[in-house]
Design a protein around this ligand. Structure first.
Ligand code: SF4
Length: 179
């Protein structure tokens, strides 16, 4: 049995203070998101947790509909250089993994995390599931599972926009599915 209040206490204990609950039935998946991965992203085929190493959009949609609760964690950051963001997101992803594990071991067997940024646990991703160095820790991003993060987080009042340069603050999101 899920107790939102108790879960929120856990989020806060891990110093995740900016989050909102989201009905997983309202997670928007779209084919255009996958198209952006296939054409125009240099991580396509290079990382284990990105397309084409992920389920189809319709399978992802089915996956989200299997959950009763989701939490969206919001993170803001401005970086000087694009590559500076990786150290920041890596640290957060590792902290989120600890939280996911704690929630799973508390008895919520479906707990599943979607990373804030592509899995960068290793300095260089091996690129295939067979060669992944930390398969227990690797998780996809919402975008890799076809989530239209823009439409999804706007529904719950979170800010998000296309950025044109690194002078602008990023609004990044991790999702935690729980049941
Ligand atoms: S754990 Fe390492 S090898 Fe596996 S997906 Fe993440 S970065 Fe790639």
């Amino acid at each position: 049995m899920m107790d939102r209040k108790k879960l929120e206490e856990r989020f806060l204990a891990h110093d995740f203070t900016d989050f909102k609950w989201l009905d997983p039935q309202n997670i928007v998946t779209a084919q255009w998101v996958r198209m952006k991965c296939v054409f125009g992203c240099n991580e396509y085929g290079q990382t284990t947790t990105c397309p084409p190493n992920v389920p189809s959009i319709s399978e992802c949609e089915r996956f989200f509909r299997e959950y009763k609760e989701a939490v969206v964690f919001h993170f803001e950051k401005k970086v000087d250089k694009p590559e500076d963001r990786f150290a920041w997101t890596r640290k957060i992803n590792l902290r989120l993994l600890k939280l996911e594990n704690e929630i799973f071991t508390s008895g919520l067997e479906k707990a599943f995390l979607l990373f804030l940024d592509s899995c960068n646990i290793c300095k260089k991703c091996e690129g295939t599931r067979e060669d992944c160095k930390e398969p227990k820790m690797a998780r996809p991003t919402p975008e890799a599972l076809g989530v239209d993060v823009y439409s999804t987080v706007r529904q719950i009042g979170y800010p998000i926009q296309v950025l044109s340069d690194y002078e602008q603050k990023m609004n990044r999101y991790a999702f935690l599915l729980i049941e």
